[in-house]
Ligand binder design. Structure first.
Ligand code: GLU
Length: 365
């Protein structure tokens, strides 16, 4: 009886261990999955140092891989289009770098939850005071459209008092008209009106009504000069701070570098800039320093990192991002990995891991 119990017990124990072992053996290969990922170098999102990849996006992905027990291997694409082509052709299972989530891309690929808020921003060469030529500034200001518009308005305005004063003064003895004829009398009147507008005039009409008009015209002159001065001062100040580019609307007709196939390249087309498309963002920085372009338009996190590190003192960031975008991890359509990756990404936000990685790359030290 007891022998039977012992036998039964031994069989039960053995089958438990065999069962447990087979379950574990079945689980093991299924757990560690090989996953190919495409990326692209864009500091600080992805940095390549001695053939080793690091950066915000890589650390984020390595952490996700750790949690999902993925064995990841990266390949580096030359530009964002090549990166997306790798995904489209299913040569890889995921793409991560600084890929903006856009309507057009969403129609072709699947994206994770946003992994970083970004947006497009403008960067120009630094305007150090010593490098500026005040003479060039003044010439540029005098030749600017604003100055020409003011001159045009003045030329038109002058016609009114000039004609009135010519008409009233023309027969007045000892008045400012040496002749009663329209020509050359009107030229004297125009000269008087122009002089009065800017310098408050040195000769005054004698006829009563003409004097009243002259007085009103002098007052108009004071207002005109005040407005013109205010406009010149404002333009000069903005130029001294920012140069001639102070926002996206100033990019029309300017030479601007960005990367090929990027959302920035699209935006620059809309803004009618002369776009110079390069593959590596480092080439855009070089073009800026070589004066090949007037500005670089690209993703805010990337430009801000450059301006705070390698480009420090040599470049300046203009204004806030003018077009908001979010970065996402990109998958081929109907990828089974997406929901797992999303859960990890959201958990990382909730447990503080995301913040730690973020701070490592973006907090100002
Ligand atoms: N955020 C840009 C885009 O998705 C990056 C472009 C690039 O990788 O050069 O278009």
């Amino acid at each position: 009886m007891s022998k039977q119990v012992v036998r039964q017990f031994t069989v039960a124990l053995l089958s438990f261990f065999i069962g447990a072992f087979t379950v574990a053996a079945q689980d093991l290969p299924a757990q560690v999955r090989e996953v190919n990922i495409v990326t692209r170098v864009l500091p600080p999102m992805v940095i390549e140092r001695d053939k080793v990849l690091t950066g915000f996006s890589i650390e984020l992905m390595d952490e996700i891989a750790n949690r999902l027990k993925l064995r990841v291997s990266y390949r580096v694409a030359p530009d964002v289009q090549a990166l997306l082509e790798d995904i489209g052709a299913r040569r890889v299972e995921m793409g991560i770098a600084a890929v903006s989530i856009t309507a057009a891309r969403e129609a072709e690929f699947d994206f994770s939850q946003p992994m970083l808020n970004a947006g497009l921003q403008i960067m120009t060469r630094g305007q150090s005071a010593a490098a500026r030529n005040p003479l060039v500034d003044i010439m540029r200001l005098l030749m600017s459209w604003a100055s020409l518009a003011w001159l045009g308005i003045a030329a038109l305005l002058i016609l009114i008092p000039a004609h009135l004063v010519w008409f009233l003064e023309r027969r007045h003895p000892g008045g400012i008209m040496p002749t009663a004829k329209y020509i050359p009398g009107i030229f004297h009147a125009l000269y008087w009106a122009a002089g009065t507008l800017v310098t408050q005039g040195e000769s005054n009409p004698k006829q009563v009504l003409a004097r009243i008009i002259a007085l009103l015209w002098m007052f108009a002159g004071v207002v005109f000069v005040a407005l013109y001065t205010a406009q010149l001062t404002a333009t000069l100040t903005v130029q001294q701070i920012y140069g001639s580019i102070s926002g996206p609307e100033d990019l029309a007709g300017k030479r601007v570098a960005t990367t090929a196939g990027s959302t920035a390249a699209n935006a620059l087309r809309d803004l009618r800039a002369k776009t110079v498309e390069v593959r590596q963002i480092s080439e855009a920085y070089e073009a800026l320093h070589n004066h090949t372009v007037d500005a670089v338009v690209f993703d805010a996190p990337v430009l801000l990192y450059y301006a705070a590190n390698e480009g420090r003192g040599r470049v300046q960031i203009i204004g806030a991002p003018f077009r908001k975008e979010d970065y996402g991890i990109v998958f081929p359509r109907a990828s089974s990995l997406r929901s797992e990756v999303n859960v990890s990404l959201l958990r990382m936000r909730e447990d503080g891991t995301y913040q730690r990685i973020y701070d490592r790359w973006f907090s100002s030290r």
